[in-house]
Structure formats: structure tokens, C-alpha cells
Ligand binder design. Structure first.
Ligand code: AMP
Length: 292
């Protein structure tokens, strides 16, 4: 079905005005925060919001606060026209695309920091990354005022941190975590996959292949299975392992010994210069608790 292009809000005042118009008609608002260069993983979050009957607001903002100086802020893929066309077809009402100079001014003095959950995994290689994420997500929540916000389980640590932040600070936004969407051969969809050469693209499948094999062989022996996972990835051609962990999906703590309960495997690895992450549930936990 053809849809018109979404309305484009470039300022906080503009997005508030658009959202207020929808609210005055009794509609609820679902926010999907993204950095653009959209793919089917992002669109699955939009669909989840539509399935709940939300008016969908997508933010597109390459957040400078979550990139270290050595990382790929400048080269991160940006294609607003294609994104707007995709979001129009997907039936999105409003796109919030603020200007970095005004949305993240250099003189800002406030950071939102979530302790503990931000200590390991991604944070070892990217120590300030999550402060950048939680600060910007707070700003997006304050700008848009959504009833619900949708995040991908692909960024497993991120969605746990945001859930915790929302609960700790009584943000009143319901957090919905959506399943990871993969390419047909298993590679986790990511805007950064565009960086991969043909050979690297083939090598990158090693991550999802190892995770699927791990899920099939999971017997609760966390130490032995983690060793197996690390060996599988260290041996994979073209892959340089950053970390491979088996964690409690609620606390994100690495599992030790034999563990009959819920378990999640998380990995990060470089394929060529590109850093990729992937994750799989080895044993499901209780259903997601809603943020409050
Ligand atoms: P990003 O634009 O990469 O910052 O991602 C924006 C949102 O989309 C985050 O909540 C991600 O977890 C989610 N996302 C990214 N890739 C995928 C994927 N392959 N499957 C599901 N969600 C995803």
C-alpha cells in the first residue's frame, strides 16, 4: 500500500507540535529511536508499534555522544531520502531528525549514567558509549513524550540498560524489546553491514553460525560452552573476537558453572575493520517486565 512521506520535524518544538496534534485525537505515541540507514530490523520495530495501534514517531539521529573519537561517527551511513521513503511506505506519521548542533550542543553539562549494567561487555571496548546512549534516549523521550518506545534485542545490553533507566527514573515510558532480524544466511542486520567487502560479508556469517550451533548444543555448562564459543570464533577466518559471553539476560552477569536457568549468548567481533555484534537466547527467561 502507498503511503505519503512522513512529516519531518527538525526541532524539539516541531516534534512536540506534531505529537500534540495526534494526542488531541486520543492517539497513543510509539517512539522508535534509530540512527538511520534503515533496514528490515528497524522496520520490524515500526511494525511492532503499529501492531499495538500506536502513532509511530521514528527518530533518526546519528548520536555523536555515543561514538568515541576513534570510532566511525563521520563515516556512519546516512541516507535520509531513502529512509523517509521507506518510513512512508511503512506508514510512519512523524520523523524526528534534529540538527546535532542544536540537539547536542557542546556546552551541555548533563549526562544520564546507569551504573553496573554499563560495566562489562560493550563497555569494555566502548567505555563512554552507554552514557551517550542513555543521555540521548532521555532527551528523545523528553522531546517526544511517547507512551511506548521500541528497541531491538540485537543491542541486548542497550535495551536492558534503557529498561533499567526508565524504571529507576520513573520515566513512564513502556519499553518494548523486539526480536533480532537476520539476513537469509543468518547475519544480524545492521547499518554497519554496508561497510563489509564481499569477502568480509561472507566471513561475517561465522558469528550467527557459531551462535546457532551454541544454542543447539547448550546444556547449561556455562564455562565449557563459553570456551566452545570463543574457540569457534577465534578459529573463524577473517574474524577478530572482541568478546563472547554467556550471561544472565536480566542482570547481564556472566554465568559461571552449570546453569539451568535463562541464558543469553552475546558476541562482538571485528570483521576487517568493522565491529559487529550478535546475540542469541540459549534459554528463555520470564517474559519482559514493562518499564514504568
Ligand atoms: P541503530 O539505528 O543501529 O541505532 O538501531 C536502532 C534500533 O534498531 C535499536 O533499538 C536496535 O537494537 C534496533 N535494531 C538494529 N538492528 C536490528 C536488527 N537486526 N533486528 C532488530 N532490531 C534491530
Amino acid at each position: 500500500m502507498e503511503h505519503s512521506r512522513p512529516r519531518l520535524a527538525r526541532t524539539v518544538a516541531a516534534v512536540r507540535k506534531f505529537v500534540a496534534e495526534h494526542r488531541s485525537q486520543g492517539q497513543q505515541i510509539g517512539l522508535v529511536p534509530t540512527m538511520g540507514a534503515l533496514h528490515a530490523g528497524h522496520l520490524s520495530l515500526v511494525q511492532a508499534a503499529k501492531d499495538r495501534g500506536d502513532v509511530v514517531v521514528v527518530s533518526i539521529f546519528v548520536n555523536p555522544l555515543q561514538f568515541a573519537p576513534t570510532e566511525d561517527l563521520d563515516s556512519y551511513p546516512r541516507d535520509l531520502d531513502t529512509d523517509l521513503a521507506l518510513l512512508g511506505t511503512a506508514g510512519v506519521a512523524v520523523v524526528f531528525h534534529p540538527d546535532p548542533a542544536s540537539f547536542t550542543p557542546a556546552l551541555a553539562a548533563t549526562t544520564v549514567h546507569v551504573a553496573d549494567l554499563t560495566d562489562g561487555l560493550e563497555a569494555v571496548t566502548r567505555p563512554l558509549h552507554f552514557d551517550g546512549v542513555t543521555t540521548i534516549v532521555t532527551k528523545l523521550f523528553n522531546a517526544v513524550g511517547p507512551d511506548r518506545a521500541y528497541f531491538g534485542q540485537k543491542d541486548f545490553q542497550q535495551q536492558a540498560i534503557i529498561r533499567r533507566m526508565v524504571a529507576d527514573l520513573n520515566m513512564g515510558v513502556e519499553i518494548i524489546s523486539c526480536p533480532l532480524v537476520r539476513e537469509p544466511d543468518g547475519l544480524a542486520m545492521s547499518s554497519r553491514n554496508a561497510y563489509l567487502s564481499k569477502t568480509e560479508r561472507e566471513q561475517a556469517v561465522a558469528l550467527s553460525r557459531a551462535l546457532r550451533e551454541l544454542r543447539d548444543r547448550w546444556d547449561g555448562d556455562a564455562a565449557a560452552q563459553r570456551r566452545w564459543l570463543r574457540d569457534a570464533l577465534v578459529d573463524a577466518p577473517g574474524v577478530t573476537l572482541d568478546y563472547a559471553e554467556i550471561i544472565d539476560p536480566g542482570t547481564l552477569a556472566p554465568l559461571e558453572g552449570t546453569h539451568p536457568g535463562p541464558a543469553q549468548a552475546v558476541v562482538a567481533a571485528y570483521v576487517g575493520p568493522t565491529r559487529l555484534i550478535d546475540t542469541i537466547s540459549l534459554k528463555e527467561g520470564p517474559p519482559d517486565a514493562a518499564g514504568s
